[in-house]
Write a protein that binds this ligand. Structure first.
Ligand code: GUN
Length: 281
């Protein structure tokens, strides 16, 4: 194996240690409200991980588990109550939401000052304008920390992202652009994705297709970031990048699990600590 492993788990643990110390010096623990609608199995696992990590660093989390068939107005009412509750510093709504709910209406009802997922249009808009947003989405933020650990300067790097989601692909493309990268965003309608990944210095996949990216999709010495959490037909956990196939060709790669996932959780905690500071001064 030639590629260096990018150890997201270890980076995340170090960040959590410093957040824990920071919180121990606060007058009160920061409080994170987590809203989840329905019973999506994957979402339940992610939410448990977030709650566990919050508890580890002395942060209080409140889990609002709402019925699958709740009306949109009811969800928005609960969010408005959380917006007005001065004890609550950060609010997240776990996605995806059930089909009958409009994700935009619900996200837009979160106060931009408590939007620790960085999904509110005020925060995404500020990011687009290369203005410092109150909060940046956790997964892209974690990926930037990883890349900034590898490169002292990202300017001029060519990056191909697979996946154009609101959660990962779009904010990540903007963050990279703001640091001087040349970014291609590919997605399910892109013809010949390989043509874009094959020339990139950095390939980031967030499309949820198990083992999609193979050795002949990348250039030698590329840095590979794998956001996918998938299962093979045999039930084995795997990313979007075929780790075994690419490991002798890449310069560095994030493992699944233990790469992007733990960094996402650490960045959510970091955003919530920053929310506490923003609100309490
Ligand atoms: N679903 C998948 N990733 C995320 C995330 O970062 N935040 C929320 N709220 N939902 C998600």
């Amino acid at each position: 194996m030639r590629a260096k492993l990018i150890n997201g788990k270890e980076m995340a643990e170090n960040i959590k240690i410093s957040l824990k110390k920071q919180i121990s010096e606060f007058a009160y623990p920061p409080q994170l409200a987590i809203v989840m609608v329905g019973n999506d199995d994957a979402s339940a696992v992610y939410v448990r991980n977030k709650q566990k990590a919050a508890a580890q660093i002395g942060m209080v989390s409140h889990f609002h588990h709402l019925d699958e068939d709740i009306r949109e107005e009811e969800v928005i009412k609960i969010i408005q109550q959380l917006n007005e509750d001065s004890e609550v510093n950060g609010i997240i709504v776990q996605l995806p939401l059930p089909k009958h709910l409009n994700t935009h209406n619900i996200i837009n009802s979160i106060s931009p000052f408590k939007d620790v997922d960085g999904f509110h249009p005020i925060n995404t808009g500020m990011l687009q304008n290369n203005q410092q947003p109150y909060f940046v989405a956790a997964t892209p933020l974690g990926i930037m920390k990883m890349l900034n650990g590898i490169y002292s300067d990202l300017s001029g790097k060519s990056v191909t992202i697979i996946g154009a989601s609101m959660i990962v692909g779009r904010p990540l493309a903007t963050l990279l652009l703001n640091q001087g990268c040349t970014v291609s965003i590919t997605h399910s309608q892109t013809k010949n994705i390989k043509q874009y990944t094959g020339t990139a210095d950095i390939v980031i996949s967030a499309c949820g297709v198990a083992n999609l990216v193979k050795q002949d999709w990348i250039k030698a010495g590329a840095v590979l970031i794998d956001v996918g959490i998938n299962r093979t037909k045999e039930g084995k956990l795997c990313g979007d990048i075929d780790f075994e196939d690419v490991k002798d060709k890449a310069f560095a790669i994030t493992p699944v699990p233990g790469g992007v996932g733990p960094m996402t959780v650490a960045m959510l905690l970091l955003n919530t600590v920053n929310a506490y500071i923003l609100q309490r001064g």
